[in-house]
Structures are given as C-alpha cells and as structure tokens.
Design a protein around this ligand. Sequence first.
Ligand SMILES: Cc1ncc(COP(=O)(O)O)c(C=O)c1O
Length: 461
Amino acid sequence: MIADDDHGVDAGYAVADLVAEFLADARSRDVPAPIPRPMAELDALFAEPPPARGLPLTAVLDRVRRDVVPNAAWLHDPTHLGHQLSPPVASAIWIDALTSAMNQSMAVAELSPAATALERRVTRWLADLAGLGERAGGTLAIGATEATLTALLAARATAIPDAWERGVAGVDAVVLASEHAHYSVSRAVAMLGLGSERCLKVASDDRYRLDPDALRARLVECRDAGRTVVAVVATTGSTAVGAFDDLVAISAICAEHDVWLHVDGAHGASALLSPTHRHRVAGIEQATTLAWDAHKMMLLPLSTGVLLARDRALLDQAFQQHAPYLFHGEADLVPDQGRRSFQCSRRGDALRLWVAWQRVGTEGFAALYDGLCATTREIYAAVCEHPQFVPVHEPECNILCFRSNAGDDAARRAAYNASGAGYITLTTLDGLPTLRITVMNPLTTVADGVAMLTALARVRP
Ligand SMILES: Cc1ncc(COP(=O)(O)O)c(C=O)c1O
C-alpha cells in the first residue's frame, strides 16, 4: 500500500502554506536571506538511507521547512543581485503544480493535446514579436543551451546534409561566434562532433559586441580556405555585460555569405516586449533561429527556454529519428512537438508561460523589463559617483559590471557575500576580475544598490 495518499486539498494547502511562507519571508526586508551552510555540512544533513515506510506529510514538510528552505539561494530577496535567475512571477509558480498533476508528455500530441496547442500558441506569440513571419515555428526547451544545440544541429543538417547518417569525420566545418558568446555555443559545436576548436571566436568592439568587420573578415577567410560555415551565432544580451550585438549589420553579412544566423537571445530577446528597449534587437527578424529564455527577463521559473525558427521545417530536420512506436506521419501534418526537441518525455511547460502571460500581459512584461533596466541604470549612476568603484561599461539592460579601485574584487566579493548583506557575482573582463550584478527582482530598489556599494566598500577582503 502506498502511504502517499495526498490527493486532497488539505495536502495541497499544507504545501501551499509552505510556499507562501517562503515567498513572504524571501520577499520581506525584515527577514534577512539566510546564508546557506557549506556543502559538506549540507551533504551531512541529508546523509541518511531512504525511509522504508512513508512518513506523515507534516513531518516531511517540516523537514523541508527546516533543512531545505534556509539553505536555498533566496532569489526573491531584494538584495540578491546575482545571476540571470528570476524570482518567478507568482501565477507561474502556482500553476506548476497542475503541470505536474496532469503530467503531459510533449513528445507526442496525443499525450499532451491542450499542452501542445498552448506550446504552438506561445511560440507563435514569441515568433510574432520577433517578426519571424508566417512560416515560423518553435519548441520549448530546457534553456538556451538546449535551444542553441538544437538550432546548430538544424544548421548542420543544412550545411552538411548527410551528417546525420555519416557523421562529420573529415569535414572541415566551423561555427563563428563572438569571443563573448556564452560557453553553451562552443559546447554545442563540440557536441555536433565538429570539435570545440571549430567554434571560431570573432573579435568584439569596445562595448563587448561582436565586431561586424571582424566577422566579415573571418567569413572571407573561411570561404578562401574552403571551410564550410555551419552558422554564425550572434548574442543579444551577453552573459557578462548584457551587450547587444548589431543584428542589422550581422544579418546583412550573413545574407551576403548565405550563412545561417542563430541569435542567442537567452537574456536580451525579451527586449522585444518593451517599446523602450526593442531598438536594441533591431534586425532580429532576420535570424534563421532564435534562442529565448522566458526564465530570464520574462521572470518565469526554470525551465522555460524557447527555440524559434523562421521556417519551422528547418527545425524539423534537426532530428531525423525513426520511431514508428511514437511518431506517425509527415512532420508538417503531425503536430508532435517531440520531433523538434532533443528530449523525448518533456513537461508541458508552455502552460506556465501561457498562464503567466494571461496574468501579466505583454505590457506587464514590458514594465518588468523596463523597471529592471531603469534600476540598473541608476545603480550605474551611483557607481559612477562612488569614490571607490568604477564602472566597466554603460549598462544596456539589467547587467552591470564594475571594479573596485583597490584591485581586490574577487576577495571583496567573497567577503561581501559571506557578510550576509547581499549577493553579487564575479566575472573576468579584459583579463581582470570584475564585480557583476544582475537586477532581476522588481522589489530591488536603487537604495538597495546604493546599500550594496556602501557595504561592499566597507568589507575587509
Ligand atoms: C547569453 C546566454 N546564452 C545562453 C545561456 C544559457 O542559458 P540556459 O541556462 O537557459 O541554458 C545564458 C545563461 O545565462 C546566457 O546568458
């Protein structure tokens, strides 16, 4: 007999109470974010055999309340200024329980009828925002890492049509990306069997954007050397500084050379939602494929990645799997989203994006995007005025990098995070350790940014 008989509303309320309690604490300025215990202690905390018999739900939830919640990274805390992870919008949090309850599988439409329709709808909405046209289509993905791998697989199918059957041994094929592209690009190139060295780095300009002249020169070099260019990858919203590559110039060069343009818009594609910031992604409509993480600037929970293609047929050629027990019929006639994804069983995550969109609305998403960027801009102004810190760039979105003039950024960041005053990150730019914040939380104010600078200046590295 299975002890877990928690189908009733009481069990749901007990879990909902815990979630609401966590949200209230994590969002409150009166409850400081706990500093998680060191990993060795956490391993010891859970070092026990699995229970032979099921425990009462209250006991299990008490344990989660005591051992898990205080040892989590509290992204909802207004002083958490770390990575590009969202404190998710609430409606998306709650609806996830229904996604698990229904447990649809996106591999085939007959196992996820409404969820498939929703995925087709939300990818349509996103493709329309990007201006990708009538033939566009897409799939949800774990994140931009999977989206980019899938896009480059599809690009490989165009550039090297027999690669799926025969592999790529002996083929001199390359992918070109900015030196500031996310590591998922070179990882994807390695996974395509081309070898990570065939991810050619293109130089950037003084704003950390891919330099179009350097790209043109690289493409000419490749053509003269007889190399096959599988794709060019441009980035909107680079990881380190949030830089937006010039997609108008880059797409024109790709068109000249008849090369597939993949845009990694993991962070920055959401600028499309904002009339104020949309200009930063001008030219995005020329992308052959586009990766877009709704779990970043649309503030959805993980994992809500999206891959879009101007022509959905291009995506359908990424994976050429013969699986008659699952897929039946021609790709364009059958709505099975599993044909477009690396995954087989996949959650119906489109529901949370659709529900969040119903609750927040396009204008609400725009306001979130604008607000996060505006707060960052004012923190940048505070950095400019601060006697101890210098900005490394002018922020184009909600990512800001700066340095302490004492040259002790790595140690200073570690001491600040250990102090419990807040959480910030560190990157390397131009060979130097660099402090980095990402303002992902609408509750974060300019005063939080100023307090962060004050505390950061005071800590003893
Ligand atoms: C520009 C860029 N591309 C790709 C990724 C990877 O995205 P994901 O973690 O959703 O796979 C990130 C993550 O921060 C990113 O900033």
